[in-house]
Write a new protein. Structure first.
Length: 156
């Protein structure tokens, strides 16, 4: 199991979901160039500004051997979501014409529903949600919500 294959599988699941893509103003028919601007395989988002949110970053974090069974490797990854606020029910166009995007936690809930399994080299691996937390985005007015997941694989 490689970090690269985990991240590619997660990206594939997220970009295939019409509801998830709609949070970013995208559809399954959107150009891949537009999708990769909003679903990035990076720890630090490219183009993080108030004009480019919401967006999501998917990246590996260090894994480890299972504490319960030394023959199991726990691969880890995080999904970081950036938006202008933490929660909102949906994308709304206000009477003044400004757009309010779904909050980080709304997008995160959808991602969590999609990421129960990942496909790696033709095999299906269960994905286990570990934790979630808010962190500073480093940009005033942009919220960051991080979800951590674990994928376990038997090793010899």
């Amino acid at each position: 199991m490689s970090d690269f294959s985990i991240i590619n599988s997660v990206f594939g699941k997220l970009k295939a979901d019409p509801t998830f893509l709609a949070y970013f103003g995208l559809t399954t028919a959107s150009a891949i160039a537009d999708i990769v601007k909003k679903i990035q395989k990076e720890i630090d988002p490219d183009g993080l500004t108030k004009d480019n949110i919401p967006l999501v970053c998917i990246y590996p974090i260090p894994g480890l051997r299972s504490r319960v069974n030394g023959c199991v490797y726990d691969g880890m990854f995080e999904v970081a979501i950036y938006s202008n606020h933490s929660s909102a029910p949906a994308k709304i166009v206000s009477s003044s014409g400004s757009i309010t995007y779904p909050g980080t936690m709304v997008i995160g809930a959808r991602a969590m529903n999609l990421l129960h399994y990942v496909q790696l080299s033709g095999d299906t691996f269960k994905t286990e949600f570990q934790s979630s937390f808010q962190s500073s985005s480093g940009v005033s007015g942009i919220k960051k919500y991080i979800m951590r997941f674990k994928v376990s694989e038997g090793i010899e």
